[in-house]
Design a protein around this ligand. Sequence first.
Ligand SMILES: [Zn+2]
Length: 165
Amino acid sequence: MSPDLEDGLQQRFGKYFSDSMTFSFSHGDGWYRIIESFLQSLVNPVMSAKANLDRVERRFTDKGTDRDFYSPVTVADVDAAKLRLANAMENLPSSFYAKEQFGELSITYNSQINPTVDALIDFAEQMSAVTCEICGNFGKHRNGSWDRTLCNHHAEKLGYMDDMQ
Ligand SMILES: [Zn+2]
């Protein structure tokens, strides 16, 4: 993946992983959108829990009382919002590692088994199997000395046409 794209992902999402976020791709940027969407989906619960806590705290701390007479914010609401954020953060893996394996995206993470993360990974990996790793267009798995997922154009360009029939 291009260094500038990788830097962008590190800047946006790196802070959500207490340990590390690692990418290891030798070819192209075709899977960039898949990885970006995967990371966004992964951190969305944390971002929305953080926004919720900000909103609750803003209402609670405003002059010590809540302005909304009809639905006052209580200490319990603030605690609940903090708990929601803590839970969302706890569900994030501490590290994230993406590489290419047998022509497809392979994502691993370091944390306890997490069904939600596993489902997102499965989806991202499935998407990579139908997405050209160079340009991001529709692609197919191509067998060769090095298995790859390529669109017709890039398969032809790189001499992977034999298994197209
Ligand atoms: Zn392509």
